[in-house]
Design a protein around this ligand. Structure first.
Ligand code: MD3
Ligand code: FE
Length: 227
């Protein structure tokens, strides 16, 4: 049930094996504790985001909306993006291209969904009360946005409702559920779409994933971008 939701927006359902999901959680747990790790960011107006965040390779700061070589709280240099994550992103884009070729008559899937090589990974951790309001991601470079270089998003743990829309309005938004192991790719024409996570669905994670990782009531979302 892999789907092209819109031009440039591809959902690869249950794409990541349970084994690989467990590895990703363990990697995030190892990288996420201590200096350079997860923290609860705030916006410019002082409001806190309803999630914990950490970044790999570069830091993105929600408060300044700038990129930085160092962690906003403890001044550490961020860990690099593990090779295993880089490979996953390349494979997902390739498979999205195959899907686009199957469902359209374009000569080159690259024209609908360009390839990219990530130099930033943002890891969001939501508990069951976590949420993220509708927003656009437009802090990447002008070239990156102009080319429609995609964001590749990986969901692990409890499922989330995900809204996306051409407008900032939640009532007109389309909704899909993102389950553990799903990969969602946003590029080309869909790169500037409004999107958000209105709620996390409690007790929806694979039981074996919780047993192996102690993820308890959380959801991890990894987004890969090229700045
Ligand atoms: C569409 N994260 O990190 S992932 C974000 O579940 C973000 O944590 C959500 O929105 C989360 O900025 C949604 C799907 C996603 C990520 C980035 C996008 C959709 C996107 C960028 C542009 C358009
Ligand atoms: Fe976003």
């Amino acid at each position: 049930i892999q789907r092209v939701l819109r031009p440039g927006m591809v959902l690869l359902k249950r794409y990541i094996s349970l084994f690989e999901q467990i590895n990703i959680v363990k990697t995030c747990q190892t990288l996420g504790v201590g200096p350079g790790g997860f923290y609860r960011p705030g916006y410019k107006d002082g409001a806190k985001l309803r999630l914990n965040m950490m970044c790999l390779s570069m830091n993105w700061n929600p408060q300044t909306r700038n990129y930085d070589k160092r962690h906003p709280i403890d001044d550490c240099e961020p860990p690099s993006i593990p090779f295993q994550f880089q490979m996953l992103v390349q494979r997902a884009i390739q498979d999205a291209h195959c899907l686009i070729n199957k469902h359209s008559t374009v000569s080159n899937a690259e024209d609908i969904l360009p390839s990219m090589s990530p130099d930033l990974c943002i890891i969001n951790f939501y508990t069951t009360h976590g949420r993220l309001g509708l927003h656009q991601d437009r802090d990447e470079s002008k070239e990156s946005l102009r080319k429609g270089l995609p964001v590749v998003s990986v969901s692990i743990g409890h499922s989330a409702e995900f809204l996306y829309s051409d407008q900032r309005n939640e009532d007109q938004a389309d909704k899909v559920v993102l389950d553990s192991g799903d990969v969602l790719i946003f590029g080309g024409q869909s790169r500037m779409v409004f999107h958000g996570v209105p709620s996390i669905i409690p007790n929806s994670a694979p039981r074996d994933l919780l047993a192996e990782t102690g993820l308890r009531n959380g959801r991890l979302n990894l987004t890969f971008r090229q700045l």
